[in-house]
Write a protein that binds this ligand. Structure first.
Ligand SMILES: Cc1cc2nc3c(=O)[nH]c(=O)nc-3n(C[C@H](O)[C@H](O)[C@H](O)COP(=O)(O)O)c2cc1C
Length: 172
């Protein structure tokens, strides 16, 4: 798919088919994630692929995860973690930018995905719930939690209107 078309046609998908994503496709989307820019080129990522039902259940029980009822339906959760020892300043940006690459790669490869935050939005320093559920060390910040799978073609996706350029752009 052409890059701009991929960017423009990507939408969050929250309903998935009961169909496993093959390993080679998972590796392709991780490849896309690790091509992302990163502060000082530290490439500080750890990608956690979570299929274990027990771990998904543990995540669903956490208070600080929004829209958690959709978690069991995905084929796997991809947590984009960032090593805060390698990237103590730009760890949030490093994580989010890799996550966006993954979302676009998913769309290009015919997968559906939705972005959830990996940390407690009320206290971005706190990710203890996810760290414990997934057995992630304290030094790795789980920035993004992407739910991924083959999209259910029957999912009703609301239309999305984009803001006008004139309200978004200021020339100086
Ligand atoms: C920082 C961030 C947090 C998000 N958290 C959630 C979430 O908790 N649950 C959810 O269903 N979608 C979540 N989303 C997805 C947004 O709802 C979605 O991107 C937005 O509605 C625009 O729709 P689109 O992705 O189809 O373009 C999140 C997206 C971002 C960037």
């Amino acid at each position: 798919m052409e890059t701009l078309e991929c960017i423009k046609t990507r939408r969050s998908r929250r309903k998935f088919l009961d169909k496993e994503v093959p390993q080679e496709i998972i590796e392709k989307i991780i490849e896309a994630g690790k091509c992302a820019p990163s502060g000082d080129n530290k490439q500080p990522w750890k990608f956690y692929i979570i299929r274990e039902k027990n771990i998904k259940k543990a995540i669903v029980t956490l208070d600080d995860v929004y829209n958690k009822q959709i978690i069991p339906g995905c084929d796997f959760i991809l947590i984009v973690g960032v090593d805060t020892n390698l990237s103590p300043i730009s760890y949030i940006e490093d994580g989010v930018i890799a996550a966006q690459n993954v979302l676009l790669a998913c769309h290009d490869l015919g997968l559906g995905a939705v972005y959830l935050s990996g940390f407690n939005l009320k206290d971005p320093q706190d990710a203890k719930g996810i760290q414990k559920a997934v057995n992630i060390p304290d030094s790795i910040m789980p920035i993004s939690m992407l739910l991924i799978g083959y999209p259910d073609p029957h999912e009703q996706i609301g239309s999305k209107s984009l803001k006008n350029n004139k309200d978004l752009i200021e020339y100086r």
